[in-house]
Design a binder for this molecule. Structure first.
Ligand SMILES: O=C(O)C1=C[C@@H](OP(=O)(O)O)[C@@H](O)[C@H](O)C1
Ligand SMILES: C=C(OP(=O)(O)O)C(=O)O
Length: 438
């Protein structure tokens, strides 16, 4: 398959409104819980990115009738908690860690077996983190070599509740356990080492299923009733908005408006970090959509300064580090992040791939096992290997706005997994961005 490359050149101020697509994490969960509800749910604002389309395809293969998506609208005829059917063949979840880990939890509780596979990147990602707690619940799961996919899940095991202290802050692990716990005998307790995104807890409650939180402890009782279908509006994805928050901050004279962006406190670390660096971001028209806080964001360019990013903000901004590293490269002084070793097991090793790319643009970067130190430097042009990682590709497209010469970003096809409209949005507000197939 031809590689999709971006060429970005520096330019004038960015201006206008960017309507970023629906939140990826919330979209996955909306599809999953709608499929398990008793009756028809209607979702608006769904992300039509490949990752979410993979989750939709998986539920069709599990016997759920789903209409759409069209213009972000999806109608799901939920089959109830016990209505899924055995799929024919393996479920291929493409590039999506969220799909594989959440489905592992759900499939562990089904009366039939399943096999979960993915693309080259997903087949390298760690899966023992979900398999281990699910086995403690009574599931039988085989992982591939080194605890990686494929996942072979033997069905027909009655699960029982556990009390589980998670070793890392991971919403995917937490959500896999919560989905399995819907079917488990007894009361499951999950304890988080630090807050991770809480969309699953919020959405389960929205579908009428009781979930209790007390500090770091989440409690859920198996068999506590059906999920009731809903009408749900997915907010715009702050993780996609982050590229534009950084872009407008670093290009002098810029001002962008981003409507209806998700502002969940367990997601908004990127705003707190950028503000601490001196960014000018305002939230207007704050309201609630689909059980999630949303706001219109207005960002204006501002001189940024390097900071030591507080460790407690790391899980709250985990997907935004590629964008934040570009902000750091354009800031005055040095920015350090530590405690971010999870970045090594995303779609790529985001610490290594970002460090290499920044170095290619002339930035002084020091790499630690769990972080980076980046000294702000005027960027030169160059060629960047994205490692097939959508967030790395978009981050370096933003860097191109500030580089002295063109920045060529290779292997950008996977931008379609999380933000298929990225190029159109970027061009509409003034990016000088060319797409080439090589
Ligand atoms: O639950 C989710 O929707 C996600 C959780 C995070 O992963 P971890 O659970 O591995 O931290 C994040 O990086 C991913 O993009 C989406
Ligand atoms: C890590 C990410 O997604 P996933 O784990 O679902 O592949 C991401 O979107 O940055």
């Amino acid at each position: 398959m031809a590689s999709i490359d971006y060429t970005v050149r520096g330019g004038g101020p960015l201006a206008g409104t960017v309507t970023v697509a629906g939140d990826k994490s919330i979209s996955h969960r909306a599809v999953i819980l709608s499929a398990l509800a008793e009756g028809r749910s209607e979702i608006a604002g769904l992300l039509e990115g490949e990752d979410v389309l993979g989750t939709v395809a998986a539920f069709r293969a599990l016997g759920v009738t789903i209409d759409g998506p069209r213009d972000g609208r999806l109608t799901v005829d939920g089959v109830g908690l016990h209505g899924l059917k055995a799929p024919v063949g393996a479920l291929d979840l493409g590039n999506s860690g969220t799909s594989m880990r959440l489905l592992a939890g759900l499939m562990a509780a089904q009366p039939f077996g399943t096999r979960l596979v993915g693309d080259e990147s997903l087949m390298r990602r760690p899966m023992e983190r979900v398999a281990a707690p699910l086995r403690l619940m009574g599931a039988v799961i085989e992982t591939g070599e080194g605890g990686r996919p494929p996942l072979h899940i033997v069905g027909g095991r009655g699960l029982h509740a556990i009390e589980y202290r998670m070793p890392m802050a991971s919403a995917q692990v937490k959500s896999a356990i919560l989905l399995a716990a819907l079917y488990a005998r007894g009361r499951t307790v999950v304890i988080e080492p630090a807050p991770s995104r809480d969309h699953s807890e919020r959405m389960l409650a929205g579908f009428g299923y009781p979930v209790h939180r007390d500090g770091a402890t989440i409690t859920i009782e198996g068999g506590a009733g059906p999920l009731r279908p809903v009408q749900l509006d997915v907010p715009a994805d702050l993780s996609s908005a982050a590229f534009f928050l950084v872009a407008a901050s670093i290009v002098p004279g810029s001002c962008l408006r981003l409507p209806r962006v998700g502002m969940n406190p367990t997601r908004r670390g990127v705003i707190d970090i950028l503000r601490a660096m001196g960014a000018h971001i305002e939230a207007e028209n704050e309201t609630v959509a689909g059980g999630e806080p949303v706001a219109d964001l207005v960002v204006r360019s501002a001189p940024l300064r390097g900071i030591a990013i507080p460790r407690e903000l790391v899980p709250l901004a985990i997907d935004e580090f590629p964008a934040l590293f570009i902000a750091a490269a354009c800031a005055q002084g040095t920015t350090t992040v530590r405690g971010a070793e999870e970045l090594r097991v995303k779609e790529s090793d985001r610490l290594a791939v970002m460090a290499r790319g920044l170095a290619a643009l002339g930035v002084a970067v020091e790499e630690y096992p769990d972080g980076l130190a980046i000294r702000g430097t005027p960027l030169k042009g160059g060629v960047i290997e994205s490692g097939g990682d959508h967030r790395v590709a978009m981050a370096f497209a933003v860097a191109g706005l500030k580089a002295a010469d063109a920045v060529l970003v290779r292997d950008c096809r996977n931008v379609a997994t999380s933000f298929p409209g990225f190029v159109a949005c970027a061009k509409a507000v003034g990016f000088d961005l060319e797409v080439n197939a090589s």
